[in-house]
Every structure is written in structure tokens, then in C-alpha cells.
Design a protein around this ligand. Structure first.
Ligand code: SF4
Length: 614
């Protein structure tokens, strides 16, 4: 670890103490708005435990320019400081405050090779991120409204000001799309939202979607220096989402951000309207090509539309991206399944110069254990899509899945958390409807019990530490009342006389040796069989691609596990004029990786169709 020396200056220091750590970001933004920035702003000091517990003391130190002490006191207090005083009066040791010039022996440690910019901007390290507003957990389960409410402008500015602008931008390297994160965060911090979103749109096709659903902790935010140094990573996803939502509100999508080239006369067909297909379509239509998307479902968006619950990704956000593409000239042919309603050969023979297959992974994985055919057992695909497509998330309760007294979700990924949280909402929606029908003020709990509402339990065969779901999703599900039963695996489903699910026999597991990927394998413990009552089970075990499309491309014997083989640099398949990308190639993966696959294939398709003689 190299040590970077920082300049020493004589200093007069004021410290604001805050009860709410997130108010510190707001205070810093307010100070900056008064022109007190850069060298004058110091850092949060955590208590000796470094935690965010009741004893934490969250401080903001400010180097006071001559004659501005009163002003700074007012700003700090109006931003939520409970006390403002000189460090000694707050019992602080100056060496606790990593601020330029306030300590004789100050050393600010940063990873080797990283330097601060040469400007007057100084290291202002805030340990805590500005927390976004979220719906209270008691209110969430009554509706499918989005849980995370995002940042206000002031909050976004405050959070952006935490970024160190690391020259080697490890966050960008951790982002599969390689977004210019220091660049867009800096633009945001300077209040230039237009430049911020323009920088983002150079590399990402769906900032409003990725900002919401990306696994940031394992990507950009997982690589952020602040997180690695023991504090909170910059909230990159929330800042991306802030700019994208601002763009949406401002209506800039077409008129100001995209200039259309003349038509090339080349036509491209896209199979599937999920993230890879939409990203490719957007890139190709912006290069002057005619693009038609063939989507099997009656709604566009693929898994973005049917597979992600509205409380995580509101349908309006996906719809806005679709409308943006339609506005650029992309044609959507909905309810048209390639291979059934129209043949792949027809597309190639029918005037399309290239075909891209990005139909995603839609076939659910099942357990293959006795009783799986019983009524009351759903796959996550069916459960989530019926909820979404039937509009039951808007409380119009037709064709929505039936949620009984005891619902069990099997799996430990994000989809399992989505199912659990959806099930709770469907149940509470039923309670609300009953209340409305009865026109009474009957107690909610009593109504719930009368309707038979009991519980939603996630059953997972490993321990919580091995769950692949995002941490925030697991916490969200817990907060809302989902129960968890770890180290438990199903053996068989048990039906009643009417052929309906009544219970599930399980066995306890223990973790054995690690597999090739380093994950410890669950092993059944003999003699620990148990019966769990359940009238509804949802299998959230993962998805795989529809093998029919792989066969259309590679022949009857082609396509291992329904996957399509491609050239990784270009996305080309073995078949002339056919490209593929996303989950059809990799198996079920993230939205951002599918988007990047579509962008990569678009570059090669563009070069290919331009080289064709017309
Ligand atoms: Fe550095 Fe984090 Fe800012 Fe990226 S987001 S430039 S890693 S501080």
C-alpha cells in the first residue's frame, strides 16, 4: 500500500455532528452550493467501532475560510447537524480526521498507483452513502409500487460528491458495459445532467433498467475504492438511475440525444425483445438500418416485462425504452413466435440481410421428483408472468396465480426472492379487496386470517451464505415477512384426494466438499425427513433456453442444452447471416451481460450488412 502525502495548511476547523449519517452528504452538497468546497471539506469520522450503531458519531469537518464561520454553522445546522463546534469541544482527536493540513503526521492511505487529481479538489472521504428513500415495509406489501424511490436532486448531488474520481476507474472495469462512471458521476456532481446521461448512453442502452436491476454489489460498486477501503461504495446504480429518470422526465430521449443517419436500405430481423435484442435493435436503427423485432408474447420486453416484478422494475420503465426504439423506427411484431408462426428460413429469404436471435432463457428448470404434476405447483416463469401479464399487480385480479394459506418457494436466487415478495403482495391484495368489498374497517390481521392467509417460506438446500440472490433482495424479502428454511431439500410432493398439493416431504442437508466452482455441495442427512404443509409451491430453480431455436440454427443435433454456439468476438453463429447473444448463448445470466452481447453483435452485423451488395 503506497502512502500519498497530502498538502499541509494552517486550518480553522468546524465539525458538525449528525444523528443521521446520510444527512452528511446533504450538508456537503449544501456547503458546495455556497462555494465552500474542495479543500475546505473534510471527512466523516466514525466512532471507534466504525459501525453505524446507536453509539456512532457521524461528523463532517470543514476547513473554515476566513470570515465564514457563522455561515458554515448555519448551513450545517440547517442540514441536520445536532451540534456544531470545534473538534476539541466535541472530544475529537484531530488525527482522527483525515483532512489535508490539520495534523502534523497525517497520512492518507490509498492503494498503490492511485493519485488524486492535480486540481484544488481534495480527498473528501465520506464513509456513508446517502440512503435512498424506500417505501416503509408495512406499506410495501399492499401494492406492487416500486419499493426504492431513488434520489432527489440534492441527494444525488451529495452522493456524487463522494466519488474520488480515481484515474484508473476500477468501478468502470467492474461494469460489464464499461460505463464511464467517474465521468458521469462528475458531470452529475457539477449539475450537468445532460452531459451525464450522454456519457452513460455511449455505453449503456438501458440506464433506467440497469440502474435498478443490475447486481451492482458484484459489479461496479463491488469494485469501488471506497467500498474496498472499508466504507460504503459510491451508489453508482442509484446515480445512473437518477440520470436516466431525469432524462425520461425531460423527454430528451430522441430529440436531443440521437441524431439519425440516412437509411442504408439494409434490413435486420431480431428474434426476441429482451435486453440483447432491444440493445442490438437500438444500435442498428441508430446506424440507419431497418429493424423488425419478432416477439412471441403479446407484450415487448422479454424477461424485463414478464420476469421482473413491478415493485423492482415498473412496467413504465420498460415501456419507455420500447417506445424510444419504436420512435426511432424499430418495428415490433408481437405474438409472433419464430419457428412456429414464421420460419427462420422465411426471415432470411424474405429480404432480411441478417437475423439476430436473442430469445432469452424461458424454459424453467424442474426438480424431477414425485408429485410435481399436482395442482398448486407452479414454475417461477408461470407464477411471475401470470401475475405480470394478467395485470393482477394492479389489483385487477383475473387469471392471477392462486396463493393459498401456505406458499413455499424453492430456490435461493433473485427469482426466488421475487416470487416470495410477489406472493405476499398477492395475498395482501386479496385482503384489501375483501376489505373494500365488505366496506368495513375490520382489522387487517383479522381479515387476513379469515381469508386463510398464513405464510410464505423460501426453502433452500444450502445455507444463507451461499444464496446467489442479491443481499438487498434477501433483506427486502425478510423485512416484508418472508420466512426462510435453509439446508432443506424437497424429496416429494404429497397431494390430497382431489389431486391438489397438500404437503411437501423434505430432508435436512449439510454442506460437504466444495465443487469445481468452490461452492460446498449440500448432502442429505439420513433420518432427518420432515413434512412441510403447503398448498402452493413455486419452483424458482433457474431457466434454460428453448432448444427449438438452437436446432433451427445448428440442426437437429446442434445446441448443447439448447444453447447456441457463437464466435465470442462477433456473436456470429455457424449459419450464414445469423447472429445470437444473451441467455440463448450463455444460459440464464444478467440483464447487463445480455445487453452487452446485443451491442457487440450489432457492431458486427452493421459491418456485415454494409459489405453486402444490394
Ligand atoms: Fe473511484 Fe468509486 Fe468513484 Fe469509481 S465510483 S471513481 S472507484 S470512488
Amino acid at each position: 500500500m503506497a502512502v500519498i502525502e497530502v498538502a499541509r495548511k494552517p486550518a480553522r476547523i468546524l465539525v458538525g455532528e449528525f444523528r443521521n449519517p446520510s444527512a452528511i452528504g446533504v450538508a456537503r452538497a449544501a456547503l458546495e452550493a455556497c462555494g465552500i468546497d474542495g479543500d475546505f471539506i473534510g471527512a466523516i469520522v466514525r466512532n471507534s467501532k466504525g459501525g453505524e450503531d446507536a453509539h456512532s458519531r457521524s461528523m463532517l469537518s470543514v476547513l473554515v475560510p476566513r470570515g465564514r464561520q457563522d455561515e458554515i454553522e448555519v448551513v450545517l445546522k440547517e442540514s441536520g447537524a445536532i451540534r456544531v463546534a470545534e473538534p476539541e469541544r466535541l472530544g475529537l482527536d484531530l488525527r482522527q480526521i483525515p483532512h489535508p493540513g490539520i495534523s502534523e503526521d497525517l497520512e492518507l492511505k490509498l492503494p498503490s498507483g492511485r493519485e488524486f487529481p492535480a486540481s484544488s479538489w481534495a480527498p473528501a472521504i465520506s464513509g456513508y452513502r446517502v440512503r435512498p428513500r424506500v417505501l416503509d415495509e408495512r406499506d410495501r406489501i399492499w401494492s406492487f409500487d416500486e419499493v426504492e424511490l431513488g434520489y432527489s436532486s440534492q441527494e444525488a448531488l451529495a452522493e456524487a460528491s463522494r466519488c474520488l474520481r480515481c484515474p484508473d476507474s476500477p468501478c468502470s472495469q467492474g461494469c460489464p458495459a464499461h460505463n464511464d462512471i467517474p465521468g458521469f458521476v462528475r458531470a452529475l456532481r457539477e449539475g450537468d445532467f445532460h452531459r451525464g446521461i450522454t456519457l452513460l448512453r455511449r455505453t449503456t442502452s438501458f440506464p433506467a433498467i440497469c440502474g435498478r436491476v443490475c447486481d451492482k454489489a458484484r459489479q461496479c460498486e463491488g469494485s469501488c475504492v471506497l467500498g474496498k477501503e472499508g466504507g460504503d461504495a459510491v451508489a453508482i446504480g442509484l446515480l445512473e438511475r437518477f440520470l436516466a429518470d431525469w432524462e425520461l422526465r425531460e423527454g430528451l430521449r430522441r430529440s436531443q440525444l440521437v441524431s439519425m443517419p440516412p437509411p442504408t436500405g439494409r434490413k435486420v430481423a431480431v428474434v426476441g425483445s429482451g435486453p440483447s435484442g432491444l440493445a442490438l435493435a437500438g444500435d442498428l436503427v441508430s446506424r440507419g438500418h431497418e429493424v423488425t423485432i419478432f416477439e412471441a408474447l403479446p407484450i415487448p420486453g422479454g424477461a424485463l416485462a414478464w420476469g421482473i416484478p413491478a415493485f423492482r422494475l415498473p412496467p413504465a420503465i420498460v415501456q419507455a425504452e420500447v417506445e424510444r426504439l419504436a420512435g426511432l423506427g424499430v418495428v415490433f411484431k408481437l405474438g409472433t413466435k419464430v419457428g412456429v408462426d414464421v420460419a427462420l428460413d422465411e426471415l432470411l429469404a424474405g429480404g432480411h440481410h441478417a437475423v439476430f436471435i436473442g430469445a432469452g432463457a424461458v424454459v424453467p428448470t424442474t426438480l424431477g421428483i414425485p408429485g410435481e404434476e399436482l395442482e398448486g405447483i407452479y414454475t417461477a416463469t408461470e407464477f411471475l408472468s401470470r401475475t405480470k401479464l394478467s395485470n393482477s399487480y394492479r389489483m385487477r385480479d383475473y387469471q392471477s396465480p392462486l396463493v393459498g394459506q401456505r406458499l413455499i418457494v424453492i430456490g435461493g436466487g433473485n427469482t426466488a426472492m421475487d416470487v416470495a415478495q410477489t406472493a405476499l403482495r398477492l395475498n395482501f391484495s386479496a385482503v384489501r379487496q375483501a376489505q373494500q368489498q365488505e366496506h368495513t374497517t375490520i382489522d387487517v390481521a383479522e381479515t387476513a386470517l379469515r381469508l386463510g392467509f398464513r405464510e410464505v417460506t423460501v426453502v433452500y438446500r444450502r445455507s444463507e451464505a451461499e444464496m446467489p440472490a442479491r443481499r438487498e433482495e434477501i433483506e427486502g424479502a425478510k423485512e416484508e415477512g418472508t420466512r426462510f428454511k435453509f439446508l432443506t431439500a424437497p424429496l416429494r410432493f404429497i397431494g390430497n384426494d382431489q389431486g391438489r398439493l397438500a404437503a411437501m416431504e423434505c430432508v435436512e442437508m449439510e454442506l460437504g466438499r466444495p465443487d469445481a466452482r468452490g461452492r460446498r455441495q449440500p448432502v442429505a442427512k439420513p433420518g432427518t425427513e420432515l413434512i412441510l404443509e403447503a398448498d402452493t409451491v413455486v419452483l424458482a430453480l433457474g431457466y434454460r433456453p428453448d432448444p427449438m431455436l438452437a436446432k433451427l440454427v445448428a440442426g437437429e443435433h446442434g445446441g448443447r442444452a439448447g444453447l447456441i454456439a457463437i464466435d465470442k468476438q462477433t456473436g456470429r453463429t455457424n449459419r450464414q447471416g445469423v447472429w445470437a447473444g444473451g441467455d440463448m448463448v450463455t444460459g440464464a445470466d444478467t440483464v447487463v451481460r445480455a445487453m452487452v452481447a446485443g451491442q457487440r453483435a450489432a457492431r458486427d452485423v452493421d459491418a456485415y450488412v454494409r459489405g453486402l451488395a444490394v
